[in-house]
Design a protein around this ligand. Structure first.
Ligand code: ZN
Length: 130
């Protein structure tokens, strides 16, 4: 970008392209200084864009992960989930292996049609005795 020697407008000496300040009189080459500043700004802009797209990606993934999903796709490994029934009720439930049904503690649920992840319990426990 700034690959050529530049002549100082104040004293006329040729200067190294890596320096924006004249090595003899200290005069600042405004054009070079501006170019360097622009390069820095471009770099910052690129970093900000990348950060934004990362945030957008994480946000979209979270959005996707917390959508209601058909109950057929729910994990049946005993994980507690938020479930939704055909009657419009919400429960915190999990799959009961023995009775082969979605269940809240002490009772099975009928007509479960959707689920979404409950997420970790306070303290970071993924599972909880029920
Ligand atoms: Zn100079």
């Amino acid at each position: 970008m700034s690959g050529e020697n530049w002549r100082c407008l104040a004293c006329g000496i040729m200067n190294n392209p890596l320096s924006t300040t004249c090595c003899i009189c200290g005069n600042v080459d405004d054009f070079l200084a501006l170019q360097n500043e622009n390069a820095t700004l471009r770099q910052q802009l690129a970093e900000a864009r990348e950060k934004n797209s990362t945030i957008a990606m994480v946000f979209n993934r979270l959005l996707e992960e917390t959508k209601w999903q058909p109950i057929e796709t729910a994990p049946k490994d005993g994980t507690w989930l938020v479930v939704f029934t055909a009657l419009g009720s919400c429960f915190i439930a999990r799959w009961n292996q023995r009775h082969e049904e979605w269940a809240v503690p002490g009772s099975g649920l009928a007509n479960v049609i959707y689920w979404k992840p409950l997420g970790p319990f306070p303290g970071g426990e993924a599972d909880h005795a029920g």
